[in-house]
Design a protein around this ligand. Structure first.
Ligand SMILES: [Zn+2]
Length: 349
């Protein structure tokens, strides 16, 4: 079966200025790749705007009103986040694009999906635009699966270079949405220490894996297979949403990670295996960061191949893909593992 893909030229309408890395060109290179001949056949899923009720599951009314009021204007929202004349419309279409892809996975039209939307979402707080983000697409998506589809356990995996502060805060005291994030540290936004493990009912359901720069395909795969997979096997998610950050690619201007295009495909394969265990394969990725345009394009291409079941075997491809696990990884993971084992059984080694 073909994976579903959400992408739309209107995602280029939000524009924070010619020198901003979160640029419409990110969508342009992806559209061009798909139009020239995608690596595998896919089913195009048309997006729709999210409703204000849907935004309200995560965002405060006053904040929604504030973003709506920027329509037709240019309004700075934080140091690096600017609402332009069409940002409101585009942000609604971004959240709604993910919701449509979730619906198509839930009704069996597609086995899995990739929502190539902007603006991204994981830094957006309940009442604040932050870090290029306006509405928290992934968080709204998790609420949609719970409220509209009656699911009880959602896993959000956030492999973006940056910590998803907004997603963490949205579900920090809940156990129906487990948030798992890998991120470079120290780096923007400064949140994401391993000791932030959830609170109250949600204690043990917020898992942060801060990492030093330089992590490779092998490092990320090791974290997914040895840390995330055992947690997922115990949590038994009914759906996996991925905040897919391509800013962990080698060469990204904002980060120091070294993931190869093929690495994104293999990480997707790992997540598909987890989704197959308890979620009947239900998996949807939503685009967050990724600012080196060729790396973004190539990484997305490999993810699509993986979603179609055509992922490449391990240790093929670029020199990055053949780098071994970093010698420091074990030491770096120790504090996170110590915390995670308060709630989850994670085997040694
Ligand atoms: Zn990022």
């Amino acid at each position: 079966m073909k994976p579903g893909v959400v992408i739309d030229r209107r995602y280029m309408d939000h524009d924070m200025g010619a020198s901003h890395v979160e640029s419409p060109r990110r969508i342009e290179v992806l559209l061009r790749m798909l139009e020239k001949g995608p690596p595998v056949p896919y089913l195009a899923i048309p997006p729709r705007p999210a409703t204000e009720e849907e935004l309200g599951w995560i965002h405060e009314r006053g904040y929604i009103d504030l973003v709506r009021s920027t329509a037709g204007k240019t309004v700075p929202m934080d140091a690096d986040t600017v609402a332009g004349p069409k940002t409101w419309e585009t942000a609604l279409l971004a959240a709604g694009g993910l919701l449509e892809s979730l619906d198509r996975v839930m009704d069996g039209t597609v086995p899995n999906a990739l929502a190539l939307v902007r603006p991204p979402g994981h830094h957006a707080e309940a009442s604040q635009a932050r870090g290029f983000c306006f509405f928290n697409n992934a968080a709204i998506g998790a609420e949609h699966l719970i409220r509209r589809h009656g699911l009880r356990r959602i896993l959000i995996v956030d492999d973006d270079l940056h910590h998803g502060n907004g997603t963490e805060h949205a579900f920090y005291e809940r156990r129906d949405v487990l948030y798992f994030s890998t991120h470079q540290s120290p780096l923007y936004p400064g949140t994401g220490a391993a000791r932030f493990f959830g609170h109250g009912e949600g204690f043990g359901y917020n898992l942060n894996v801060p990492l030093l720069a330089g992590k490779t395909d092998a490092d990320y795969l090791q974290i997914f297979e040895k840390v995330l997979a055992p947690v997922a096997a115990q949590f038994r998610p009914e759906f996996i949403i991925v905040s897919a950050g391509f800013d962990i690619a080698a060469g990204d201007p904002l980060g120091g990670m070294e993931v190869s295009p093929g690495g994104f495909g293999r990480l997707t394969g790992s997540l598909m295996a987890m989704a197959a265990q308890s979620a009947a394969g239900r998996l949807a990725l939503v685009l967050e960061g990724g600012y080196d345009l060729p790396a973004l394009r190539d990484g997305v291409g490999e993810v699509l191949m993986a979603l179609a079941g055509k992922g490449r075997p391990l240790s093929s491809g670029s020199p990055e893909a053949r780098k071994p696990v970093s010698p420091s990884l074990r030491v770096e993971l120790a504090p996170a593992l110590q915390t995670f084992r308060k709630r989850w059984d994670i085997p040694e080694g």
